[in-house]
Design a protein around this ligand. Sequence first.
Ligand SMILES: *Cc1c(COP(=O)(O)O)cnc(C)c1O
Length: 391
Amino acid sequence: MNKSFRTFLKHTAKDYYNQSVNPPVVRASTIIFKTMNELRKTQKKGLKNPTGGHFEYGRQGTSTTFILQQMLREMEECYHVFLTPTGFGSVFLSIFSIVRPGDEILVADPVYSPTRFLTQDFFHSFNIKTIFYNPHDLNTLKEKITKKTKLIYVESPGSNSFEFQDLSKIVSIAKKHKLFTAIDNTWATPYFLKPIKLGFDMSIVSATKYYSGHSDVMGGSLAVNKRVFKYVEKANKITGLRLGPDDAYLIIRGLRTLDIRLDKHQENAKKIAKFLSKNKKIKLLYPYKKGSYNYKMWNKYYSGASGLMGLKIKSKNKNSVLKFVNSLKLFAYGYSWGGFESLALQQEFRELGKRNYLKLDKDEHLVRLHIGLEDPKDLIEDLRKAIKLIK
Ligand SMILES: *Cc1c(COP(=O)(O)O)cnc(C)c1O
């Protein structure tokens, strides 16, 4: 991350008109014009110039959402950013923009489980076939490419099992076969990985997580290159997906400190990982252990690691694993992550979706931790007490 970008997040959108540091929240359905001629002129212009924003009607956004788009475009180093009311809206929009009945899509086996259901079940009913590939064996990807294949959909690292993939290799396979590519980059955000620069056509981030950073707003962003812009723009108009200006404002506010927060999440998570790695019953699902394939892939592409990690715990006594999770005092239990607070989640295998390439033994259990911005000494103390309960 270069210095100018950090500065950009702090300096953008100063509002000299209102003499305020931050931009106003502009709520609008109707956009008004001084003359009928002026209205017609903006209509004709269309959304040709993605840097300008386009006032026509509230569904296309207001100056508040345009500012958020500008900040994200700068960070992603991409052609355009579409905003959606949730992260999952961006997942949907990316696939819906590209695939049509009769097409096939190749999807990373460990995708976010709602993405799995969307592709294998919902899109299936529109005669779109999904094939899952092994994130650690790209031959399972290459071999499954047919004349009907349209899109490769990646999520890195894998949801809950944290597999890091050979991203450039995926891009080059896609280019060779003229396929489109999308990646869910919510874990790293463009602060640690810039997928469009790597050659992906589309990059999804759930703004609900680190962008907002305070667990009080939902949103999504879909960054695109020039190649797919026209497809996504068309689909975006049809779906009516739109992020409201109040939510956009909260996400702008979160972005001001994204770099600082992520640096601290990373620092804390590394300390926790160091502590947990000493426990023989625990295998860390976090890019920590040098020499592992996951570490190599992470190191090759990412400039940092965020605060979400998995623990694979070996125990013949599942109840004792539940006791460990339940006795944590500083970790709350709940879905989502990316806020300033620590969270814990014991995971049932069925919640992960039916994985083709994830094998867990009967005595292996998955726990997910989000390492927040608390004092890491307190978090370690909390974990130290609870971990003793694992039998
Ligand atoms: C949370 C999440 C989503 C969905 O985002 P929402 O804002 O909750 O809709 C998509 N992908 C990943 C990897 C996520 O963690």
